[in-house]
Design a protein around this ligand. Sequence first.
Ligand code: CTP
Length: 406
Amino acid sequence: MNALTGKHIVLGLSGGIACYKAAELARLLVKAGATVQVVMTEAAEHFITAVTLQALTGRAVATSQWDMREPNAMAHINLSREADAILIAPCSADFIARLAQGRSDELLSLLCVARPIERVPLLLAPAMNREMWAHPATQRNLMQAVADGAVSLGVGCGEQACGETGDGRMLEPAEILEELEAFFTPKWLASERVLITAGPTFEAIDPVRGITNHSSGKMGFAIARAAREAGAQVTLVAGPVHLPTPRGVARVDVHSAQNMLETVEQHVATATLFIATAAVADWRPAAVALHKLKKDGSGAVPQLSFVENPDILAQVAASARARHGQLYCVGFAAESEDLLANASAKRKRKGVPLLVGNIGPATFGQDDNALLLVDEAGAQELPRASKRELGRTLVQQIAERLRSRR
Ligand code: CTP
């Protein structure tokens, strides 16, 4: 289950080269469990054929308000009444102008005007050349369309089909999907400010070597995405991982445990929820060699000594705001066995109300996981599922605990 399961999306294509990306978007929407009804303007049909979109969505594409296959000859009414949302992607400069004026002389703009405005959201993924995007008329029209109830998903920045570089590209299909899923997610964490640590830390030995922990960061990133979808303002403090930043999440990259602690300290004062998923190295080399340690041929090995790293979670959990209930702390525990006993002991030792246990070796680098939630009421299993799904469930579980505390 995800936020788009069972949703009926009218996907409107207006004219623009980004129409080629709409095919991928239609596929992603269908994969996410939505039914997709494509509507194309005449201009869109110059860029991609209706056959492609029909094959991807399993539904005949609507192109004209004069389509006599509709028994009541009112395609604009039928299409807009069935929709859970209308998504225009790509949304051209001309189409934005049409929306601003409330034009209704072709099917797509007609059904936007005909939609029940309170019930059927209208989402726009603009796509155009950077000069067209920056033009005062386009910005004025977009402001008018938004004032009339449309939601702009924004544009991407980068190389454009025309060879120029700047703002105005359509968001990538995966980004639009992310926006749509966020749009349909209940706002369990509205007005919460969430700080999350994720990934491993890297403790340098010399300029080319170091020690680290197993951790892909996937669970922490999935929680960050789910928290943002649930309406929270999210800051993600990430150790060295190769993962894209979830949309709408503020990310700060760090390396060492000390680095992570300093960054957490900078952001925690305004947070209402702290979730520590990072696999922080427990120790670091006592001294970092200035230059690369060299073999001298004698077979002698370097003698490393270690000092203990600060315990970020324990430190945050012991802060006055956490003790006075203004900051809710959630810890993680990656164990190799005896999960319930280890997680319960760790919850007490760290002084956190909720601790989430998992068997580390069974999940490192994987896309799925199984979790055990331990709090004062006892333990609750979240059975094996994708980290994406577990992130969403965990966010709901945390939201329930927050509600019952306030
Ligand atoms: N943690 C932290 N700072 C540390 C060590 C751990 O913030 N220096 C946090 C982790 O992000 C996690 C929780 O504490 O939320 C437990 O981490 P884990 O590595 O499982 O526990 P340790 O405290 O290292 O205990 P042990 O190694 O004995 O299992």
